[in-house]
Design a protein around this ligand. Structure first.
Ligand SMILES: Nc1nc2c(ncn2[C@@H]2O[C@H](COP(=O)(O)OP(=O)(O)OP(=O)(O)O)[C@@H](O)[C@H]2O)c(=O)[nH]1
Ligand SMILES: [Mg+2]
Length: 360
């Protein structure tokens, strides 16, 4: 039996660390509030992993190719039951946290705002901080989140790399940005490192052709010099990349070496808002080691719990940049300001462009 303590500023972050550190078989034993050495409030989650059970589970997976014996089936059932128990514990802890925060609010309208934010997927502790702004119709998170400064390719060349999970919407966001800035007279160039998959770079090449933008593929570090020459005239150079799988560390390392050779001014992690929140936290923790400095959210139109993007932004501390909310290349994308984010949360069922989200 392996027992570990996971500590994070927010309960759901500590729980995400449990899943990351010990895997899906971990069992939460206890959780308690405390303070770190700087006096900041933190959550400690005690979790355990039965290594024997876990090893047995691994062996079971191998055996799956053969016919399963009765005892295998009963073991799998036990594992499933234990997972369900863990999920119930985690859910219960979340509910407990929400209830205690809710009781700390005396004003009824603030409580209602808190409930609505939690319902949208904002973690209770963040909803607690945001509720008053929500009631006062103020842009939420203005002082809590980090807002990136807008790019100005007219003044200074921008080399912007878009990275993130497979299918996140990186290529579409690159196309949207290329279209938006080309229409405003900015010279745009397009690069891609997504060259190992069949069809990985064709879509972007088609956009480059339509826009008349220079385009190059980068397969290895030695291709970078040539690619930079081809796109030399671009004031805004967008670099599309291969989707990540956080379980393949070697491919991530390879990507990161190529990125370093490109010398980007901005590295943006593109996170689809319809992704599972805990998986998202996993990607955010990998992003830290990949030199990512900004966050963009896509598929804001495809989630019923957009509040998770607040949790991701808070958990990562990354600066926010763009938000995408549809497949239309000539729009459905904007700069995320506190007003824009508020408007997304407020009008989650209206897939129209939120106020103040236009890219300038
Ligand atoms: N509804 C909706 N669909 C989107 C959005 N962004 C991207 N998509 C769709 O999601 C799918 C994947 O988008 P891509 O741009 O190819 O994603 P990617 O991150 O480049 O994917 P890989 O290159 O395979 O890693 C496409 O069908 C897009 O049209 C969005 O904001 N809203
Ligand atoms: Mg792509």
């Amino acid at each position: 039996m392996q027992i570990k303590i996971f500590t994070a500023p927010r309960l759901h972050e500590a729980l995400a660390l449990v899943r990351q550190g010990l895997g899906a078989d971990a069992v939460v034993l206890d959780r308690m509030e405390g303070v770190d050495e700087k006096g900041n409030r933190v959550w400690h989650v005690h979790a355990a992993l039965d290594t024997e059970t876990s090893n047995r589970h691994k062996n079971d997976t191998k055996k799956k190719e053969h016919a399963q014996s009765d005892s295998d089936i009963s073991h799998v059932k036990k594992m499933e039951a234990s997972m369900q128990r863990l999920e119930r514990i985690v859910e219960g802890l979340g509910r407990k946290e929400a209830e205690s925060l809710r009781h700390a609010m005396s004003d009824k309208s603030t409580q209602m705002a808190f409930d609505k934010l939690v319902d949208l997927g904002v973690a209770p502790s963040y909803a607690f901080d945001l509720a008053e702004d929500y009631v006062a119709h103020k842009p939420m998170g203005a002082s809590m989140l980090h807002w990136g400064e807008r790019i100005d390719p007219k003044q200074k060349r921008v080399v912007m790399l878009l990275a993130g999970p497979s299918g996140a919407g990186k290529t579409l966001l690159a196309a949207k940005l290329a279209t938006h800035y080309s229409m405003r007279g900015i010279r745009v160039g397009l690069l891609t490192t997504d060259v190992n998959r069949m069809g990985g770079s064709e879509v972007l090449k088609s956009y480059a052709d339509v826009l008349g933008a220079p385009f190059a593929r980068i397969r290895q570090i030695k291709d970078v010099t040539k690619a930079m020459e081809v796109t030399e005239s671009a004031q805004l150079l967008l670099v599309d990349t291969e989707g990540w799988n956080i379980h393949q560390a070697s491919s991530l390392r390879q990507q990161s070496e190529i990125w370093d050779a490109i010398a980007c001014t901005d590295r943006i992690l593109v996170m689809p808002a319809n992704m599972d929140e805990t998986d998202g936290i996993g990607f955010l923790s990998v992003a830290e080691s990949m030199g990512i400095d900004r966050l963009a959210f896509t598929k804001l139109d495809e989630t019923s719990r957009p509040g998770k993007v607040v949790n991701w932004a808070m958990a990562s501390g990354l600066k926010l940049s763009y938000g995408g909310f549809g497949t239309d290349v000539a729009g459905q994308m904007g700069w995320l300001t506190a007003q824009a984010l508020t408007s997304f949360l407020d009008h989650k069922h209206q897939h129209s462009q939120p106020k103040h989200a236009a890219v300038e």
